[in-house]
Design a protein around this ligand. Structure first.
Ligand SMILES: NC(=O)c1ccc[n+]([C@@H]2O[C@H](COP(=O)([O-])OP(=O)(O)OC[C@H]3O[C@@H](n4cnc5c(N)ncnc54)[C@H](OP(=O)(O)O)[C@@H]3O)[C@@H](O)[C@H]2O)c1
Length: 355
């Protein structure tokens, strides 16, 4: 299953709104074929593995997501596994998609032995945006990326944050962006850093993520990079409802889409209505803190650099304190080095369909 999850990751940036899926076929404890879902509209992982396999009769199929029952761009994976004579299927998490779910039952009815839940947490973490899109359709999956000093600061006292983290961490962030529908920042980050917020890394996404600027005032200068390039790359400004018309007039002919929303829940709902299923929020601290306070952050990618700043921009703005007994402990999904920096990925709650 660990291998299936690793294979699934090869579809990063290519498969959305589909899930990431990898498959390993085994016989007598030996791997006989592998496959993964390489892109939206391309064969599902199980079909790719079967196509790479000479004699699948009697094999065990290990796959991170329940095989689908859906005849869409490709035939149902359940039927293909049964026709190929696969004897046993082991999967990680159930598929919540209304058109695709029920694969385990269909396989059992066809005489295939089915085991579910192997590395369930890892499989759920891999496809968190997909699973949450079905469990919570009213808003996108929201992940936060922060790069801080050892003392939890995003930038020095002059607002300078280029570059707190090293080359490997910045490459990782470009890889990360490729897997999200949108990249969001607060208005001050646009003013101070003037970021382009595009993907310029090892993975070219099938659909480039939209850029989103959250600004209650709507006071975004037309000479900022995200505004100047809005005709080429979709750019959304979410402002308060009473500033919507004014902001739209200020940004007329730039190509920027302006949405009106009051409060973070409405901001999230407005983005979902605009078609955004997953969003990577890249700061700054005030926006990150407001989202956390509203319990709207599902995952944090925290990059900690080995340096100390003393005074600067806090990672989560100036917030009210919370007693230890009232806080929740997030699930650690990943922990590893990125050059000199350290990456910690935590999930507030894993979505485990059918459990
Ligand atoms: N190291 C990193 O990973 C990283 C990443 C990003 C940024 N940074 C640094 O962070 C600094 C900017 O961070 P920041 O905290 O000053 O600003 P910020 O979070 O980027 O932007 C704050 C702005 O977001 C808008 N906003 C909308 N709703 C909000 C709400 N409920 N609460 C708070 N803000 C809301 C407001 O815009 P309006 O004023 O228009 O209403 C507010 O002024 C810069 O120095 C930048 O270099 C570092």
């Amino acid at each position: 299953m660990a291998r299936a999850i690793k294979l699934a990751r090869r579809g990063w940036g290519q498969v959305a709104p589909n899930p990431l899926v990898g498959t390993v076929l085994l016989k007598d404890g030996q791997v006989i074929a592998e496959g993964y879902h390489a892109g939206f509209g391309k064969p599902h992982a199980e079909l790719a593995a079967l196509a790479a396999c000479g004699a699948p009769e009697g094999a065990t199929c290990v796959v991170n997501l329940e095989p689908c029952t859906h005849a869409g761009k490709t035939p149902p994976c359940t039927d293909a596994l049964v026709s190929a004579g696969v004897k046993r299927v082991v999967f990680g998490v159930r598929d919540p998609h209304p058109d695709a779910r029920g694969g385990a039952d269909r396989l059992r009815q066809s005489g295939v032995e089915v085991e579910e839940g192997l590395l369930r947490e890892e499989a759920a973490a891999l496809n968190a945006p997909f699973l949450w899109a079905h469990a919570r359709p009213e808003r996108p999956f929201i992940a936060l990326k922060v790069a801080t000093s050892l003392d939890g600061l995003l930038a020095d006292q002059g607002g300078q944050s280029k570059w707190i983290s090293g080359t490997e961490a910045r490459e990782f962030v470009h890889w990360l962006r490729a897997g999200f529908d949108a990249i969001a920042v607060g208005r001050r980050t646009v003013e101070v850093d003037d970021p382009l917020l595009t993907v310029r890394g090892p993975v070219e996404p099938r659909v480039p993520p939209s850029r989103v600027v959250i600004s209650r005032s709507g006071m975004l200068r037309r000479n900022r990079q995200v505004v100047r390039t809005a005709k080429e790359i979709p750019t959304i400004v979410v402002t308060s409802s009473h500033m919507r018309d004014q902001t739209e007039a200020d940004l007329a002919k730039t190509g920027v889409t302006v949405l009106g929303a009051d409060g973070m829940e409405e901001v999230a709902a407005a983005l979902r209505q605009a078609g955004v299923q997953s969003v990577l929020v890249e700061g700054g601290g005030s926006l990150a803190g407001a989202l956390l306070e509203a319990h709207l952050v599902d995952r944090i990618y925290w990059i900690q650099a080995p340096l100390w700043l003393g005074v600067g921009v806090p990672a989560f703005g100036d917030r009210e304190g919370m007693p230890l007994e009232n806080t929740i402990r997030w699930a650690v999904t990943e922990r590893r080095g990125l050059g000199q920096d350290t990456l910690l990925v935590v999930d507030r709650e894993l979505c485990l369909p059918g459990s």
